[in-house]
Design a protein around this ligand. Structure first.
Ligand code: SF4
Length: 763
């Protein structure tokens, strides 16, 4: 049997020829735009008979005929020589000096020779010239390396590349075949569907089949993880897609996806999944970071990565953080970069939203064809609005450039001067901000872009050529910040403002994305389908608009599977507005204490801020018997262990009553399951409005100008979402019973009242 795989020249030769180390985490550093500009500049100097961006393709049989590789790609240039012969030109921009490059990098030669081979086949030539044109940044000097190859030499070369690529390609191809057959035969793992599940799962499958998007409000109890993953796996079995991205905002939800995948596997699915954990969490080094370039997991990373991947996919299906760490240690490769490399070969990728939506770190090596064969399952999608604003915004701090100006004096004048100019401009802006300390504008910060472009070039040069500076880490950070600023600047449109804010000698300049909808849509549009789901995607119209849904996209609202008798809701009509808190504090604490005294059990109380939490906690403690009631509290600096300890305290059948004080919108108010007797009651204090501030007010004004209720968009909807999430911790299964206290008089008023879920019975 012959397996066929399709690939482009670049990933093929990169797989075979990648070698050396991860450079200070600069893997994401090469600005695509910059590369394109430099390519164009070289190509513009071509002669009239030379051709640029020439499409070439071929097929290579290897592994004793078991594999057929269909390769294609675009050569930068095909140059016609005076003797009538052709030369392939491969253009590369680099921060390395000509001396550092010496004879040229193997991977670049490999790319050029591959094109030369395909050109020789197409033209019937027996000999082709091969040239590497390096453009050296920051100055733009060029250096050229040139050779010529016979067809026989080129044939031997590409055949060798194909043979070296074959084992991994065959491994993945055979797995894919097994995966598709298993997915086709897979049945729903619970035998029967719960209420709402069939509806939801059916809608997800239809959405993927029809290449649409879906926004679904799926209340707790719908089993939303399995209701989305199962139909997506079935879509793999039907050949509609080849990969699923399960995207989450929080680590806790990722564990739910892993459990669902385990369940599918137990029921016969055969899938490789990779969970990506944030770099700072998964990094093996405890004190240092990548900047020093000394990490042994980074040094020689590319020399070992292929063996690590082969080993991983030969032996594992569920690549959780633990599995990944095991193989990363075994092969001495950076666990974070390894997870990214593994994700390109997995059937299911469980990761944060960033890896798809954030222009800084999204999966850059995915081709549009691969995206078109993938589905996005976006869990807790209500979070994507705020996360979108963060991902599409960028800021700079004056202090970062001042540090570099000082740290690189006498070490690298280019970067020192560029940092000085940015610093000086921010000083000018500080003066403009005057006594008020801020100003807001609608224009992109063009002057800053002009200052940052040379800074990025100089910084890249300094990072590659100068080592051992005390400020190297700061330079790397400022380099990334500047890169991000320029990259986000290219997205700038009507949905942005630029503001400057001062704080003492510090100056912050921020491009703030107010409406992320269009950019979210841009980032997801090349994927076959996106399914946005959450228990609190309400009001649905608001989320449709904010997530960039179009007229053709489907929406679905699934009723709660729980009965109203499971929940006893009480509204305590006290004002929790800032100005009234002192006045209502004692009555509120007394009412909460009375509830707890009357009905022993485990309680979670949610507050809009830590300060208010402390105030009520003190008043509450004075009203309860500490022999009978244990109190624990969330604080802002909790480690992962502290968080687990907090949740573990909520055990069923405790002797004493337990009250956990927590904040709304924090780690305990979303994505946690305290089923059964682990939770008796929840109190939500306040309507969750975000703190009034500059950014919120800008958002409010922006939507007011567009005929919406700006206050609702900026404050009420995000706040009430937190209320719904916090209250939603209480009833997790059909057996749960509990008390829900809503403490604020606004819960009885519009628009707040209408924004409470139907199943709370408060309307
Ligand atoms: S293990 Fe940590 S320090 Fe080493 S390369 Fe990876 S992220 Fe950087």
């Amino acid at each position: 049997m012959t397996y066929a795989v399709k690939t482009s020249v670049r990933p093929l030769v990169e797989y075979v020829f990648r070698s050396g180390s991860l450079e200070s985490g600069m893997r994401f550093g090469n600005a695509l735009q910059e590369g394109t500009r430099i390519h164009r500049e070289v190509q513009e100097k071509y002669g009239e008979n030379d051709r640029k961006e020439v499409f070439l393709k071929t097929e290579l049989s290897c592994a004793a005929g078991e594999l057929l590789i269909q390769v294609e790609g675009r050569s930068d240039g095909v140059l016609l020589g005076e003797d009538g012969g052709y030369t392939i030109d491969e253009i590369k921009s680099t921060s390395e000096t000509p001396e550092q490059i010496e004879g040229g990098h193997d991977v670049h030669w490999a790319q050029a020779k591959f094109y030369a081979y395909m050109l020789a086949l197409e033209t019937g030539l027996q000999k082709v010239g091969v040239r590497l044109t390096y453009v050296h940044k920051p100055g733009g000097e060029r250096s050229v390396r040139e050779t010529s190859q016979t067809l026989d030499e080129l044939t031997a070369f590409v055949q060798d590349v194909a043979e070296r690529y074959a084992p991994f390609a065959l491994l993945l191809k055979k797995r894919e075949e097994k995966r598709n057959a298993a997915a086709s035969a897979l049945g729903f793992p619970f035998g029967h569907y719960r209420e709402g599940q069939r509806l939801f799962a059916g809608a997800v499958f239809k959405t993927v089949r029809e290449e649409k998007n879906l926004l679904a409000r799926a209340p707790t109890g719908t089993g939303k993880t399995i209701s989305t993953l199962f139909p997506a796996v079935k879509a793999i079995g039907e050949g509609l897609i080849g990969r699923i991205y399960y995207l989450t905002a929080k680590t806790t939800t990722r564990a739910g996806a892993e459990e669902a995948l385990n369940l599918l596997e137990k029921n016969g699915a055969y899938l490789s999944s990779v969970t990506i954990t944030a770099k700072d969490k998964v990094c093996f080094k405890e004190e240092e970071d990548c900047a020093g370039g000394q990490c042994r997991f980074a040094v020689g990373y590319y020399d070992r990565i292929n063996d690590a991947l082969q080993d991983l996919f030969e032996h594992e299906t569920r690549v959780t953080r633990e599995v990944l760490e095991h193989y990363a240690r075994k092969h001495t490769v950076c666990p974070f970069e390894f997870s990214l490399d593994a994700a390109y070969a997995a059937d299911v990728v469980v990761c944060d939203y960033n890896y798809v939506f954030d222009p800084r770190i999204s999966f850059k090596r995915l081709s549009d064809e691969q995206r078109g064969k993938s589905a996005l399952l976006i869990d807790e999608a209500h979070n994507l609005v705020e996360r979108g604003r963060e991902m599409f915004s960028a800021e700079l701090l004056k202090s970062a450039f001042l540090e570099i100006k000082r740290g690189y004096k006498g070490i690298h004048e280019g970067v020192r001067g560029a940092a000085e100019r940015v610093n000086a401009y921010l000083i000018l802006l500080r003066k403009q901000a005057g006594e008020e300390g801020r100003f807001v504008g609608n224009e992109p910060p063009e002057v800053m872009f002009k200052l940052l472009e040379p800074f990025v070039d100089q910084a890249e040069h300094a990072l590659v050529t100068v080592h051992g500076s005390e400020s190297e880490e700061e330079l790397l950070e400022a380099y990334f910040a500047a890169q991000t600023f320029l990259r986000i600047g290219r997205l700038y449109g009507d949905q942005y403002v630029t503001y400057v804010e001062t704080d003492g000698s510090e100056v912050k300049m921020k491009m703030f994305c107010l409406d992320p909808s269009e950019l979210l849509l841009q980032a997801s549009k090349n994927y076959r389908s996106a399914v946005y789901f959450s228990a609190t995607l309400a009001p649905l119209g608001f989320y449709r608009e904010m997530l960039g849904a179009s007229e053709e996209d489907y929406t679905l609202s699934i009723p709660s599977p729980f009965s109203p008798e499971q929940l006893e809701v009480t509204v305590l009509p006290y004002s929790t507005r800032f100005r009234d808190r002192e006045r209502t504090k004692d009555s509120l604490a007394a009412a909460l204490a009375e509830t707890v005294n009357k009905r022993p059990g485990n309680y979670l109380f949610f507050f809009p801020s830590y300060a208010y939490l402390q105030e009520i906690r003190q008043a509450f403690e004075a009203r309860i018997d500490r022999e009978q009631v244990e109190i624990i509290g969330q604080d802002s600096g909790m480690s992962e262990g502290d968080r687990t300890g907090f949740l573990d305290a909520f055990s069923a059948g405790r002797e004493k009553t337990l009250v956990g004080f927590a904040v709304m919108g924090g780690v305990f108010s979303e994505g946690i399951d305290l089923a059964g007797d682990r939770l008796t009651g929840v109190a939500v204090i306040g309507v969750g409005l975000p703190q009034i501030g500059l950014e919120r007010d800008i958002i409010r004004d922006y939507y007011n100008e567009r005929g919406r209720s700006g206050f609702n968009y900026a404050y009420v909807y995000p706040g009430m979402n937190k209320v719904q999430q916090a209250g939603g911790r209480l009833i997790r299964t059909e057996e749960d019973r509990g008390v829900l206290i809503l403490a604020d008089d606004r819960f009885l008023q519009e628009p707040y009242r209408s924004l409470l879920p139907d199943e709370w019975g408060t309307r």
